[in-house]
Design a protein around this ligand. Sequence first.
Ligand code: SAM
Length: 329
Amino acid sequence: MLKDSFGRVATDLRVSLTDKCNLRCTYCMPPEGLDWLPNAQLLTADEIVRLVTIGVERLGITEVRYTGGEPLLRRELVDIVARTVALRPKPQVSLTTNGIGLAKLAGALAEAGLDRVNVSLDTLDRETFKRLAHRDRFEDVVAGLEAADRAGLRPVKVNAVLMRGINDHEAVPLLRFCLERGYELRFIEQMPLDAQHGWNRADMVTADEILTLLQAEVDLCADDLEERGSAPAERFLVDGGPARVGVIGSVTRPFCGACDRVRLTADGQIRNCLFAREESDLKAALRAGAGDDELAERWIAAVRGKRAGHGIDDPSFLQPSRPMSAIGG
Ligand code: SAM
C-alpha cells in the first residue's frame, strides 16, 4: 500500500504522458510555450506501462488517469490505455485532455477500454478562447466533446477555470451548455501552478464566488457531502437534480486530508502532491536496472513523506518549480 505518515492511502495515480501542449492557457504557461523535455528524458511507453503495472499489481492503485501536457499528443496513447485496461485487478482508466484531436481518437480510445474523459473548456466564445489559450481551436474542443460522448466515454466531465474579467461572466452559460448535452461541469479554482508565476490570490475567482454566480440563476443543493470521500469536487444538484455541477476549491476549500492521489511525471518522477517541492526519481532507478521490488520500495518511500497539506495559505508557501503542464494536471 502507498500509505503516508498521516494514514492516507494513495489509490489514484495521475500519469503525465508528455509535458508538451498544443494550447497556451494563460493560467498554465506563457504564449511562447516552454522548453519541453527532450524525448530521451520522457518515459517510453514500455516504461510507463511497467511502472503503472507495479502501481496496480503491487501497490493498490485502483484508478489511473492519463494527463499531461496534452496526452493526445502522445502517439502511443491508445496502446498505453489498452495495456493499462488489461491489468488485473482492472483499474478505472480515464483521460484529462483539452479535447483537440479527440474527435478522431475517441472511438479508438473507447475500443481500447478507456472508461471516460475530462475535457477542459473555459469559454463558449471563440474570441475568448483565442485570448485565453492563444490558439483558435474552440471548434475542435467542442467536436472532441461530442465525439467522446458518442463513443460512450461517459460521464463526460468538463473542467473550467474562471478568470476575473476574462470568462467569469460565463459560469452560467457554461453550466447550461453542459446540462443540455449531459456533460458534468466542474469549476476549478485557479491554482499557483503557472510557469510565469503570475498567480495572485486576490485575482482568483473563489469557490464561493463561483457558487454565488451560479445561484443567481439556478438552485443548487449540496449533493453527496457524506459520500464525497476523496473526490476533489464538491458536487451540487442543479434545480433538484439529477444533473450536477462540481466546484473544486483547491485553494479556498482544500481537501488535502482526504487526498488519495499520487503523480508520475512524464520524465519518471513520483510526486506525492501537486504542490510537492521534492520528487522521487523512478526513471533513473528503472534505467539503472532496478527490479520491480526496488521500484515499489522507492515509490512507497516517496508517498510516506507526503506533507499534511499543500500549504498555499502558509506564509512560507513556495510555488513548485515545475508548472502544471510539466507535473500533470
Ligand atoms: N492538456 C490537458 C487539459 O487541458 O485538460 C491536461 C493537462 S491540464 C494541466 C489539466 C487541467 O489542469 C486542465 O483542466 C486545466 O484547466 C487545469 N489547470 C492548468 N493550470 C491550472 C491552474 N493554474 N489552476 C487550475 N487549474 C489548472
